[in-house]
Design a binder for this molecule. Structure first.
Ligand code: PMP
Ligand code: GLU
Length: 387
């Protein structure tokens, strides 16, 4: 193994994708697995979006495009950010990539190098720490008392080496959302210490508490120069397989990312770009329907999980994950949530992702991007053991 580059030696495979793989394997063998592992809307991509892709193919829109994405799409994204998110931006500040994952990786690649520290508040989405490591930066995990961190807790983690903070709200896995006031305080710490902030807004439409969404970059000129907004069409339009994500940042950053992407992958798929354009500019009623369905599932799963012995489950504010504390049934010692996940999968045939994979031991993530029927059966199965 010594021929491998240092930077890939400590990279773990994505645990969410790994758990999905294990669940699928067992299903293939005929095991009655109920899958709560993956955060992927179970709805089909809306027809108007598929039609736009078919039209693009028919019309021969099948060639290389501008590596940072077609101008029409970047203008539409800039327009969406101005109108919906109050982020004052234009097409030159946008890069379209191969999913939000790729957009995020591009940011780490453009900004991070050896010696840099990246602050990642826990619980965090599984890939942030690995992306930082791949780009030779050091992840600094911010463990807070609850599921939310405060500006004060953030301040304690800042050092002269801090290059980047990774914010994600609604949060995967906790569903936590930060209010305008909380974000202002976080922005103050970033501005005072002059570090960049990724604001991963991929779950912005999935909010169940009636709160309005505040984008970090909308909070004034100073923070907008340091903010990199990341979003995409995977979750909002049930388009996970189409692989279109984007970022919005100041021009020095988008120019560097354009050059990187132009060499590393070239343009994102031309047909998927046309589909994403329709998603963003076309009718939005399918989004409302999907969010309303998720809101119903959120009620059922939170109530069901709270009724189990040893589980404590607050209703998530957003995203589509329930993140109960399981410390009272399985303990919060290192390794306990992954033992519980193995037990659930092997004994109860329930696939869920351990909190430890998100940097939060004593918790378990159940994705409710699955049917109400699966949720009801899952709760019944869990009740037999934890009832
Ligand atoms: N950010 C977060 C917080 C996510 O949960 C995901 C999951 N897919 C992504 C980014 C990446 O999304 P995409 O499918 O657009 O790569
Ligand atoms: N983000 C989703 C999840 O957390 C999809 C899988 C992944 O990309 O990690 O389940």
């Amino acid at each position: 193994m010594s021929f491998l580059a240092e930077r890939v030696k400590n990279i773990r495979p994505s645990p969410t994708l790994a758990m999905l793989g294990r669940a699928k394997e067992l299903k293939k063998k005929g095991e009655p697995v109920l899958d709560f592992s993956i955060g992927e809307p179970d709805f089909d991509t809306p027809q108007n979006i598929k039609d736009a892709a078919a039209k693009a193919m028919k019309e021969g829109f099948t060639k290389y495009t501008d590596p940072r994405g077609i101008l029409e799409l970047r203008e539409a994204i800039a327009g969406k950010l101005c109108k919906e998110n109050h982020v004052d931006t234009e097409a030159e500040n946008i890069v379209v990539s191969h999913g939000a994952k790729h957009a995020l990786f591009n940011v780490f690649a453009a900004l991070c190098e050896k010696g840099d520290e990246v602050i990642i508040p826990a619980p965090y989405w599984v890939s942030f720490s690995e992306m930082a490591k791949l780009c030779q930066a050091t992840p600094v995990i911010l463990h807070s008392k609850g599921l939310k961190f405060s500006a004060e807790e953030l301040r304690q983690k800042v050092s002269g080496k801090t290059k980047l903070l990774v914010l994600n709200y609604p949060n995967n896995p906790s569903g936590v959302i930060y209010s305008r006031n909380e974000l202002k305080k976080i922005a103050e710490v970033a501005v005072e210490n002059n570090f960049f902030v990724i604001s991963d807004e991929i779950y912005e439409k999935f909010i169940y508490t009636g709160e309005t969404y505040t984008s970090l970059a909308s909070l004034g000129d100073e923070i907008s120069r340091l903010a990199i907004t990341v979003n995409g069409v995977s979750k909002t339009y049930a388009m996970t397989g189409w692989r279109i994500g984007y970022l919005c940042a100041r021009k020095e950053i988008t120019d560097a990312i354009n050059a990187t992407q132009g060499n590393a992958s070239g343009n994102p798929n031309s047909i998927a770009q046309k589909a994403a354009l329709e998603a963003i500019t076309g009718p939005q009623d399918s989004v409302k329907k999907m969010v309303a369905e998720f809101a119903k599932r959120r009620e059922i799963i939170s109530k069901g999980l709270s009724g189990l012995n040893g589980f404590e489950c607050e209703k998530p504010m957003g995203a589509f994950y329930a993140f109960p504390s399981v410390a009272n049934c399985f303990g919060a010692k290192a390794g306990s949530s992954s033992k519980l996940a193995s037990f659930l999968l092997e004994e109860l045939k329930i696939a869920a992702v351990p909190g430890s994979d998100f940097g939060k031991e004593g918790f378990m993530r159940f994705s409710f991007a699955t049917s109400t029927d699966t949720i009801a059966q899952g709760i019944e199965r869990l009740k037999k053991h934890f009832g």
